[in-house]
Design a protein around this ligand. Structure first.
Ligand code: ZN
Ligand code: MN
Length: 473
């Protein structure tokens, strides 16, 4: 049974001020209702004034996603009542959006490139935020914070081209990366992205899962819906066309209300704003290097694997970090960033921009020059990450290596260890001499333990063999 998925994605544009007033959008560390004015509070008689920057940001998105900008776009009032919407309507775009018919390329489930159609994009204002102090039921009241009211959103509607929850997740990751490369979006901000996901099984009614606020949540909600709908169909139950709510904590969707018809909203053109004619602005927009182009360049310039190139360009912060450390050894740096660092960061819930690039580059240099083993490298990295996480001034890896005595064992120290391991394990030596290769691995393991991982196992293997042969004369 074919799965058909389409997404409606609301993203916060990261302009300095709101969509229709001069209030600052950066209210993160401030009290509720401190970034408000008559316009974003929706007081009677207040007049909206369009923020030119938001149009510029939205046009960059339109161009990057290959959309055609309409000759004329019109703001409309979408009427509904809700406490976080004091005007009684939201200013959005309805029948004349900003741009139509574009696409974004992703990797399909079978690994081939696939274009996901973009139906349209438009600008709209965010409502305020309801705060339930100790859970709605216990407090018995809601608080309202209008700091978010009037934040510029871009709504991106896809064609029903996605065929699995994994594809939906990959689309969102690619979209996020693209918007961040364009410098119009900050995915780390709370509430930066909200997704409504439409899903149906071929030949059956469509269900809409509303207001999912994480990428993982979208994948989970869709996976849950596929199972739920398949089970109903198997039992011969009709799938109701409805809106469902995703409960993040429980990983399930529950029926919330029957869907309003579009005409319940009584859309009409916003009389306080002129139609927007910006199609010719697009010509003047110069796009920065986007994820696909950067991936191609990484492949050419650094000669790294396709997989590494994809991982390293999937997030602009990672791409920039990699380029800052690649001079110390491009291929080794690719492996250490993509395979080691990202895992260690995820384990600590840390962001890559907490790590000073010069420190990491120093670690790569030590590895490139063969002064430490991979195992010691991981230990040095952990020292570095822990210092950054705890807000301590991090030491240079070369100093960590000196202090912790993590440099490769060599010279006399090395010879002593090899000799003592051979002396202490005559049975294993005898086994090896009689042709049992496994005995050598045992000796190498013992010696590794003695060096606390500061030796290269291959090197150790060679040294032990030589030592035994020399002893036998
Ligand atoms: Zn305002
Ligand atoms: Mn919307």
């Amino acid at each position: 049974m074919n799965v058909i998925i389409g997404l409606e994605i609301h993203c916060q544009l990261s302009t300095k001020t709101k969509l229709f007033c001069g209030c600052s959008t950066d209210y993160r560390d401030e009290g509720p209702n401190t970034h408000v004015c008559p316009v974003c509070l929706g007081l009677p008689g207040a007049m909206p004034r369009l923020n030119r920057g938001t149009v510029d940001y939205a046009l960059r998105v339109a161009k990057a996603l290959n959309l055609t900008v309409l000759d004329e776009s019109v703001f409309s009032r979408k009427n509904y009542f809700y406490p976080d919407l004091p005007k009684g309507y939201q200013i959005t775009m309805y029948d004349k959006p900003l741009a139509e018919r574009g696409w974004l390329e992703i990797e399909a489930d079978d690994g081939t490139p696939k274009r996901i159609g973009i139906t349209r994009i438009h600008l709209e204002e965010d409502p305020g935020r309801l705060v339930h102090k100790t859970g709605r039921d216990r407090a018995g009241y809601s608080l309202i914070d209008y700091n978010r009211s009037g934040i510029p959103l871009i709504e991106i509607v896809t064609d029903p081209d996605l065929r699995s929850p994994k594809e939906a997740r990959r689309f969102l990751n690619k979209l996020r990366a693209t918007l961040e490369y364009l410098s119009v979006f900050d995915g780390e901000r709370e509430g930066a992205i909200r997704v409504d996901a439409n899903i149906s099984l071929e030949g059956h009614n469509r269900v809409e899962c509303k207001n999912i606020s994480s990428y993982k949540g979208v994948e989970k909600a869709l996976t849950f819906e596929i199972t739920r709908q398949k089970n109903l169909i198997r039992r011969g139950v009709h799938i109701v066309r409805e809106t469902r709510h995703f409960q993040e904590g429980r990983g399930i969707t529950t029926s919330s209300r029957s869907k309003e018809e579009e005409n319940d909203y009584r859309y009409f053109p916003e009389p306080d704003l002129l139609p927007l004619r910006v199609a010719d602005w697009v010509e003047g927009i110069v796009l920065p290097e986007l994820p696909d182009a950067r991936r191609e360049r990484f492949l050419r310039q650094y000669d790294i694997s396709e997989n590494h190139a994809r991982t390293l360009t999937g997030d602009i912060r990672i791409a920039e970090f990699y380029e800052a450390v690649a001079l110390a050894g491009a291929q080794l740096a690719a492996t250490w960033v993509a395979d080691t660092l990202l895992g260690e960061l995820a384990y600590r819930s840390m962001q890559i921009d907490r790590i000073p690039a010069d420190h990491f580059a120093n670690l790569i240099t030590l590895l490139t020059e063969g002064r430490i083993t991979d195992r010691a490298g991981v230990e040095v990295l952990r020292h570095l990450l822990d210092a950054c996480r705890e807000g301590r001034e991090p030491e240079m890896p070369v100093d960590i290596v000196a202090r912790e005595n993590l440099g490769k064992a060599e010279g006399d120290e090395f010879a002593d260890i090899v000799a003592s391991v051979v002396r202490a394990n005559p049975d294993a030596v005898a086994d090896y001499v009689s042709g049992k290769e496994g005995a050598l691995n045992f000796l190498v393991g013992m010696a590794m333990k003695e060096t606390r991982g500061r030796a290269d196992p291959k090197d150790l293997n060679r040294r032990i063999r030589t030592h035994i042969e020399e002893e036998r004369g």
